[in-house]
Design a protein around this ligand. Structure first.
Ligand SMILES: C[S@@+](CC[C@H](N)C(=O)[O-])C[C@H]1O[C@@H](n2cnc3c(N)ncnc32)[C@H](O)[C@@H]1O
Length: 209
């Protein structure tokens, strides 16, 4: 995602009630951040934030946390979110590699939407469904849990599916395109772009009881 820097980024982040500034302080205590006992759903790599914002507005019975690695991306998401009132939504600015320092056995559902495919073998550990990340997810997810992944990249889809199966997770898959989008599907920015280009979307619903 090539984006220009936003001039007052630091100011926007400092003043935002949606951005949690020292997320490691809340490891194992994220329900306290929301001041309730509702389930917590996490999205890694929120991009411009449409998916997590629409989910939070539609499902006030669930708390949502969005993770993003780049300042210029999260600031754009924050600018959008600041126009709404969504007490069940928080964002954090970290690399997902740090995720197990931020959460502990408290996430009910993890969303991976159009994650970077990292096609070269030498970059395999950067894929968000590599062993490096799945081992971290097992530390932060609370059983029973779900992982929901969407991608238009067939190789990443096949790789991720084989990874989930290796860990004995239960997987259900669907493929759709512009003419048969599932009911209640909330689109991400990349998803809208890929659907409009005529690409197929591969969705994996993962669960472990
Ligand atoms: C291809 S974009 C998809 C954005 C959004 N999920 C969508 O579907 O429109 C991938 C996003 O994940 C973020 N990202 C990639 N690797 C990450 C990591 N290790 N930790 C946190 N965010 C990451 C990128 O900065 C980017 O915003």
């Amino acid at each position: 995602m090539r984006l220009r820097n936003i001039k007052n980024s630091e100011e926007i982040m400092k003043n935002s009630k949606y951005l949690i500034k020292e997320p490691h302080l809340y490891r194992g205590k994220w329900q306290d951040v929301f001041n309730n006992k509702k389930p917590i759903h996490l999205e890694i790599g929120i991009g411009l934030g449409n998916f997590i914002l629409e989910n939070a507005k539609k499902n006030p019975q669930i708390n949502y946390i969005g993770v993003e690695k780049f300042t210029k991306v999260i600031v754009r998401a924050l600018k959008k979110i600041e126009r709404e009132e969504v007490p069940n939504l928080k964002l954090i600015l970290i690399d997902a590699l740090e995720i197990d320092n931020i959460f502990f056995k408290e996430i009910d559902c993890l969303f991976l939407n159009f994650s970077d495919p990292w096609p070269k073998d030498k970059h395999i550990n950067r894929r968000l469904t590599s062993d490096v990340f799945i081992e971290k997810y097992q530390l932060i997810l609370k059983r029973p849990f779900k992982i929901i992944q969407k991608t238009d990249n067939y190789k990443l889809y096949l790789y991720s599916l084989s990874q989930y199966q290796k860990y004995k997770f239960i997987c259900q898959t669907i493929e759709y395109s512009l003419k048969n989008i599932p009911d209640n599907n909330i689109q991400t920015e990349y998803e809208t772009k890929f659907l409009n280009q005529g690409n197929s979307i591969y969705k994996i619903d993962v669960s472990l009881s």
